[in-house]
Design a protein around this ligand. Sequence first.
Ligand code: CO8
Length: 263
Amino acid sequence: MEFITYAQEGFVGTITINRPRALNALNSQVLEELDATLDAVDLETTRCLVLTGAGEKSFVAGADIGEMSTLTKAEGEAFAKKGNDIFRKIETFPIPVIAAINGFALGGGCEISMSCDIRLCSENAVFGQPEVGLGITPGFGGTQRLARVVPVGIAKQLIYTARNIKADEAYRIGLVNAVYPLEELLPAAQKMAATIAKNAPIAVRNCKKAINDGLQVDMDQAIVIEEKLFGDCFETEDQRAGMGNFLEKDKSKKLKVVPFQNK
Ligand code: CO8
């Protein structure tokens, strides 16, 4: 791979978009390599992912403007679909994905971060959907996900004005969960991922699925989704070990040593 690196430590995988000379802008090759990297994640041994950008300046400065500049209508639609399919793969990935946003998160950069479960950023992070200034709409899910992550009026203001915001404002509007000094960002994201990875992996996966799927339907259907995924946990070793630990007051049997068990 030329533009993506993958590193595994314990149960945590870190994906780095590595095209710093173009501020990690997403061209077709980056997207294809990212797709292949996600497909190659070993879900038997990986319980949480961290997604970040190479360098100290940019997470992802958007889709590649040079590549987009000559697209026809049909090619524009196809390029949007290519990004959307991969971002949706991240959003529905079986395990949690934490975005460690280390600088510019503009256009497609803000959009890819919003397909992640949790967003943490550095103090130098800058967010925005500058597309209308380029004569296009956000095309990698920005019109849909920003309006679901922050209040709809705030999303519309950011998209219509194409104004960039800094980390403190992103935190204030709820676009990110926390802001760190740059050098602390990746360790903090990996520490959070390791904390998630200590918990029962099937239960964590089922929580992600319950939240994601439940948000797509009304509350009556949503609680049925939750009930089913809750029930499924009672077929896992982790449920027996986790509750057994509590009842026996025996802390020696940690969930993290219970082998991953596919239903
Ligand atoms: N695409 C391609 N190249 C980029 C991009 C980008 N989005 N962003 C930066 N680069 C390149 C620059 O061209 C430059 O390359 P070179 O050194 O060869 O000239 C290099 O990265 C460094 O950039 P700058 O010199 O501009 O660095 P500055 O520190 O001066 O500025 C900025 C940093 C402010 C981030 C500036 O680079 C910038 O404004 N970049 C563009 C940001 C932007 O508008 N992003 C949104 C793009 S549109 C989008 O993402 C739509 C997504 C949906 C697509 C739907 C498909 C149809």
